[in-house]
Design a protein around this ligand. Sequence first.
Ligand code: FAD
Length: 276
Amino acid sequence: MSKPLFSFEFYPPQTPEGAEKLVAVRKQLAELQPEFFSVTFGAGGSTQERTMDTIRQIKAEGYNATPHLSCVGSTRDNIRNMLLAYKEMGIKRIVALRGDLPSGMASIGEFQYANELVSFIRAQTGMQFHIEVAAYPEFHPQANSARDDLLNFKRKVSAGADSAITQYFYNADSYFYFVDKCRKLGITIPIVPGIMPIVKFAQLARFSDTCGAEIPRWIRRTLEGFGDDSESIQEFGQDVVTALCERLLAGGAPGLHFYTLNQAAPSLAICRRLGI
Ligand code: FAD
């Protein structure tokens, strides 16, 4: 088996202090020699400038910088301009997403689904970019059915995606089942599990309800039981997530992509325990 690949995701900081803190976070995580650092893109283009600035900065620091690009609420012209800018910066990898239309934004724009964005990127820029797409082992909350969601995932792969990163999950079986189903459908691209360290319970519960990621009952009840005891939450969270990562890697996952929430310590602690 080839060496597992690790990557870390950030959101674009909103303040100069946040940007400064993120430089320090990157420095710490860079010690693990990750494959890339990615930067999210706010729904409807709300962070376009900040995402680009952060990507420029990561590139200037000498790391592989990977922008996320979501198409909902956007136009072909706007996406084309961003692709050109990234090409000029020498960016090699993009995470291509539909995104979610922010409340109050009326028009979905010129792209409806992520597969259309993947096709557009390929048509405009050929093989310039390695294209990552999102995958959902516990299925996307808006999918009509599990089967439809899989077929829609396949559409993105047929449109030209090179690999996928999953939504986070805490049930390794959902990942293995999903990968198995994909292989049976002839989808051969690497599918890297997205890993969300457990740091704050209320925030995690809120996120999970929105994105359809399940927190298994035993984990939820244990975390609830800790109340405000953040030390116990983090200790238990590290045990649970490290065990999950170990199982995923032992079962053949090609790497791990960490949702860092712009913090180094939680991902670092898990990676150290994994011996990375
Ligand atoms: P799609 O693949 O288009 O799927 C969306 C829904 O539509 C699914 O239910 C799917 O089954 C259905 N569907 C897809 N194609 C079709 C079709 N042709 N016909 C009918 N139904 C279809 N969000 C952000 O705003 N910014 C980010 O930076 C960001 N980064 C992310 C990174 C990762 C790794 C992941 C897993 C998610 C990320 N998200 C981000 C969240 C993501 O934008 C949302 O989950 C969004 O709701 C779906 O995006 P998608 O690209 O998966 O959409």
